[in-house]
Write a protein that binds this ligand. Structure first.
Ligand SMILES: NC(=O)c1ccc[n+]([C@@H]2O[C@H](COP(=O)([O-])OP(=O)(O)OC[C@H]3O[C@@H](n4cnc5c(N)ncnc54)[C@H](OP(=O)(O)O)[C@@H]3O)[C@@H](O)[C@H]2O)c1
Length: 333
C-alpha cells in the first residue's frame, strides 16, 4: 500500500516520501483494518516531522498522522462492527497511509449525514474541544461567576468547535484572533459573537467591553508572549486553560501576579479523554459533536483537499494565514 514516510526529522520537502510499504497484517481479535479515506492536516503533524515535538522514528521509518476517517475493511474475531462501516478514529498513529490497524474501542461509527470531510474536522479537534469545554464549565462553576468564555486562536478548527459546543450549551463566548484579517473572516461565520483582534494595543479594553464581567476562563493554544497578556484580562480567581503552543517560545509569567490574583494555569490534551470518561459519557459527547456539525455547518464547509502525493504542499497550506478552513489529505491520487 502507499504511505507517506520520513526517516529523519527536517523540513517536510526534504524528508517526506510517498512510497510503497507493507500492508497491515491480519487484525488481532479486538482490531480492525480501516481503509483511510481522509485525515485533517494538524499543526502537530508538521511539528512532529520537524522533530519539534517528541516523535521517535522506528527503524522502518515514521508515518505522520494521529487520527483519521475511513471504512472498515477487515474485522477481528471479537469485534462487533460490520465490514463497510464508515468510522472515525483517534488516537491512532500513522494515518497518512492507505490502511491502518485500529483497536476496536477507538472506532466511532459515522452517521450517514456526517461526511468524511466534516468527520475529519471533529475527531481529535472535536474531542479536544469537548475536553476543554468540560474543564471550562467546571472551572466557571467553581468560581461561581458566569462570564463569557474567552476563546483565543478562535478561527482554528479546535476554537470553532469549542465555540459551537459552548453555544449549544447556552454559554456566551468572546472570540479572540491575532489579526484584523482573521477577525473579518471569522465574523462572517459567527453571528452574534464578538470577534476581537489582538493586532492593536487596545485589545484588552475591547475584551473588557465585550465581556462585561472579566472572563473567569480563557481557553488558549497560543502561549508564548501572549500568556501573560491573557492572564492580565482573566478575572481574579480565574483559570487559563492551555492546550498548545502555536507560539512555541516559552512564556514569562509573574508568579507574584499568579499568587495575588489566585489564577489557575492548567494544561489539557485530548489524549486524557479515554482515561477520564466512561463509555456512556463518550457516546453522549460524540453525539454532541455530530450535533454541532448540523447546527454549525458553516464551521466545516470551507476546506481544501490535497492528494497524499501532495503532502508537502498540504503541510504548507495548513500554515497559511489568515486561516480559511481545514486542510485535508485524501487517499485518492
Ligand atoms: N492539546 C491537544 O490535545 C490538542 C489537540 C488538537 C490541537 N491542539 C492544538 O490546538 C491548536 C490549534 O489547532 P487546530 O488544528 O485547531 O489549528 P488550525 O485549524 O490549523 O488553525 C490554526 C489557527 O491558529 C492561529 N494561529 C497560528 N499561530 C498563531 C499565533 N502565533 N498567535 C495567534 N494565533 C495563531 C491561526 O490564525 P490565523 O488565521 O490568524 O493564521 C489559525 O486560526 C494547535 O496549537 C494544536 O497543536 C492541541
Amino acid at each position: 500500500m502507499k504511505s507517506i514516510v520520513y526517516r529523519r526529522h527536517g523540513e517536510p520537502s526534504e524528508v517526506l516520501t510517498y512510497e510503497e510499504i507493507a500492508a497491515p497484517a491480519q487484525p488481532g481479535a479486538n482490531e480492525v483494518i480501516v481503509r483511510v479515506t481522509k485525515r485533517m492536516v494538524h499543526p502537530i503533524d508538521g511539528l512532529a516531522v520537524r522533530g519539534i515535538v517528541p516523535s521517535p522514528i522506528p527503524p522502518t521509518g515514521a508515518i505522520p498522522g494521529g487520527d483519521g476517517v475511513g471504512v472498515v475493511e477487515q474485522v477481528g474475531a471479537a469485534v462487533g462492527i460490520a465490514k463497510g462501516t464508515r468510522v472515525m478514529f483517534f488516537p491512532v498513529q500513522g494515518t497518512w497511509a492507505e490502511r491502518v490497524t485500529v483497536p476496536a474501542n477507538l472506532l466511532i461509527p459515522l452517521p450517514d449525514d456526517v461526511s468524511d470531510a466534516t468527520a475529519c474536522q471533529i475527531i481529535i479537534n472535536g474531542i479536544t474541544a469537548i475536553v476543554l469545554t468540560r474543564a471550562a464549565l467546571a472551572a466557571d462553576n467553581h468560581s461561581g461567576v458566569t462570564s463569557p468564555l474567552l476563546v483565543t486562536a478562535a478561527g482554528s478548527s479546535v476554537g470553532r468547535n469549542v465555540i459551537a459546543l459552548a453555544q449549544m450549551r447556552g454559554h456566551k463566548v468572546v472570540a479572540l484572533v491575532r489579526s484584523d484579517a482573521s477577525a473579518t473572516i471569522l465574523s462572517q461565520s459567527l453571528a452574534g459573537i464578538p470577534v476581537i483582534s489582538t493586532e492593536h494595543e487596545g485589545w484588552p479594553a475591547a475584551v473588557a467591553a465585550a465581556c462585561g464581567p472579566a472572563p473567569s476562563v480563557v481557553i488558549d493554544p497560543v502561549g508564548g508572549d501572549m500568556t501573560p497578556k491573557f492572564l492580565e484580562v482573566l478575572a481574579d480567581g480565574g483559570t487559563l486553560l492551555t492546550y498548545g503552543g502555536l507560539d512555541a517560545r516559552p512564556s514569562t509569567i509573574s508568579t507574584i501576579a499568579l499568587t495575588v490574583r489566585q489564577h489557575t494555569l492548567k494544561g489539557l490534551n485530548a489524549y486524557s479523554w479515554l482515561a477520564t470518561t466512561t463509555p456512556e459519557q463518550r457516546a453522549a459527547y460524540i453525539a454532541d459533536l455530530f450535533e454541532i456539525t448540523r447546527r454549525s455547518p458553516h464551521n466545516f464547509a470551507e476546506f481544501r483537499e490535497f492528494p497524499m502525493t501532495a503532502a508537502v504542499e498540504a503541510l504548507s497550506a495548513a500554515q497559511a494565514t489568515p486561516r480559511r478552513g481545514a486542510t485535508i489529505l485524501t487517499s485518492e491520487v
